[in-house]
Design a binder for this molecule. Structure first.
Ligand SMILES: [Zn+2]
Length: 77
């Protein structure tokens, strides 16, 4: 059964909370050029080239990060 009981918290939530990563909400569609979901800021952020990689302008996480790639459906290398 897949029904969720009221107040039930999925395992994903604990997992993400532990890593302090916020998944990209489903309502976010295609983003403008150079804007990506930053799972560490929990917001849509502009990514700019800094020290050779595109990075979040706020927390400086790079596009090479696994979760940045995962939530932005970038190719996982
Ligand atoms: Zn960020």
């Amino acid at each position: 059964m897949n029904a969720q009981l009221p107040g039930q918290i999925g395992i994903e939530f604990y997992f993400n909370q532990h890593l302090k990563i916020r998944p990209k909400p489903n309502w976010i569609g295609k983003l403008p050029k150079n804007y990506y979901w930053c799972p560490y800021c929990g917001e849509i952020k502009k990514f700019k080239v800094f020290k050779g990689y595109k990075r979040c302008e706020l927390c400086h996480i790079s596009m090479k990060d696994y979760y940045v790639k995962k939530f932005n459906k970038l190719e996982l290398i």
